[in-house]
Design a protein around this ligand. Structure first.
Ligand code: FES
Length: 105
């Protein structure tokens, strides 16, 4: 699937995301600003914070309790906030648009 990351300056980074990876891994592989993935994806650092706007947000399972708790601590949490390590790439996400945070969580 093709995914577009939009950085805080509005620049679009279009990448090919392998099925089976997480959104965090794809962002890190492509050195997307603002996504660090410090904990390696075990939902304990929130440095993979990103925004998934509508209509894509509705395609995803809502955050589990541990993700929701970690999101409590991020800078500039919004209704569209997600931890990108908790989002698995599947074919249905082709065309996904992800907005990168201005400040790393
Ligand atoms: Fe640490 Fe997502 S990479 S919470």
């Amino acid at each position: 699937p093709t995914i577009t990351f939009v950085d805080p300056a509005g620049r679009r980074h279009i990448v090919e995301a392998p099925v089976g990876k997480t959104l965090m891994q794809v962002a890190v592989d492509h050195l997307m600003p603002g996504v660090a993935g410090d904990c390696g994806g075990c939902c304990s650092c929130a440095t993979c914070h990103a925004y998934v706007p509508s209509p894509w947000a509705e395609q995803l399972a809502p955050p589990e309790e541990d993700e929701d708790m970690m999101l409590e601590g991020v800078i500039d949490r919004r209704p569209t906030s997600r931890l990108s390590c908790q989002i698995a790439i599947v074919d249905a996400l082709d065309g996904l648009i992800v907005e990168l945070p201005a400040v790393a969580g």
